[in-house]
Write a protein that binds this ligand. Structure first.
Ligand SMILES: [Zn+2]
Length: 274
């Protein structure tokens, strides 16, 4: 990923997606907001116990810095599902100013409508951005261990193929900062669920030092899901930034012990000016 210094904050962009001038995309950081303590400072999540006014201001700071109207963003009330919503123009602005009208029961969004910025919010879960430059279709996904095991990445690619006529080998993907294999310890329950979902968990789940504990490599798991769906390995960029290790720059729910702000991954097709 490449850091991009904006007026009031710094965001990161994927190298592979940066090659396409017709899209705007970003991964936000903790920098430049007005929230305090575990939300310090650019918390973009309404649902985590922070002051709503501050979250609104933070979102505005980020949107202004990106040069995107906050009313163009679309958010989901994320629930660790593999539900991927097709967003049309009526979805523009959902959840931007208030969580009550965010898309319900949704962890992935796909659209081909220019001018809608799809945003997911994370703190350790994997944010995934997808783009098909041929059919001009974008997607933003939230994949924690549950979403990963429920195969949201595979679902999203399927939606792009079936609904928009994308070809999987045209799709590019970026996997953002999240729990890395250096830190993401899970229990037997996750191991068993993963085994059920993936068949083989070779390279995805490794034994941890402590007995009965495992390391879940969510980056490799989502990489596998994307390639199984037909995305070319060399079209997938993994940020390889662990949020727990880098919690001063990115929110980490584990590093902040269960109370944490959320950073955002967003993607938008620009409107073509005639
Ligand atoms: Zn780490």
């Amino acid at each position: 990923m490449i850091p991009v210094e904006l007026n009031d904050t710094t965001v990161f962009t994927f190298e592979n997606l940066s090659r396409f001038p017709e899209i705007t995309h970003f991964i936000s950081t903790r920098e430049g907001g007005i929230s305090e303590k575990k939300f310090d400072s650019l918390n973009t999540g309404f649902h985590v116990g922070d002051d709503n006014f501050r979250v609104s201001q933070n979102r505005r700071i980020l949107a202004d810095s990106l040069g995107v109207d906050l009313g163009k963003f679309t958010f989901a009330n994320q629930c660790h599902s593999a539900n991927v919503a097709i967003v049309d123009s009526s979805g523009q602005g959902r959840g931007a100013f208030d969580k009550t009208d965010a898309l319900p029961n949704t962890d992935g969004m796909v659209t081909s409508v220019p001018g809608i910025c799809l945003g997911v919010q994370v703190a350790d879960c994997v944010p995934i951005l997808l783009y098909d430059p041929d059919k001009k279709v974008i997607a933003a996904l939230h994949a924690g261990w549950k979403g990963t095991i429920r195969k949201i990445a595979w679902e999203a690619v399927s939606k792009m193929l079936n609904h928009y006529g994308s070809r999987a080998d045209n799709i590019y993907a970026g996997l953002g900062p999240s729990n890395g294999p250096c830190c993401y310890e899970v229990g037997d329950d996750v191991y068993r669920e993963a085994l059920k979902a993936f068949g083989s968990v070779k390279e995805i789940i490794l034994p941890a030092r402590q007995k009965g504990k495992y390391i879940f490599d969510q980056w490799k798991a989502n990489f596998r899901l994307l390639t199984e769906a037909g995305v070319k390995p060399n079209h997938i960029e993994t940020a390889e930034i662990c949020t727990q290790c880098r919690h001063e720059q990115f929110f980490s729910n584990r590093a902040l012990e269960g109370v944490s702000g959320r950073f955002m991954a967003g993607i938008m097709l620009k409107k073509v000016r005639h």
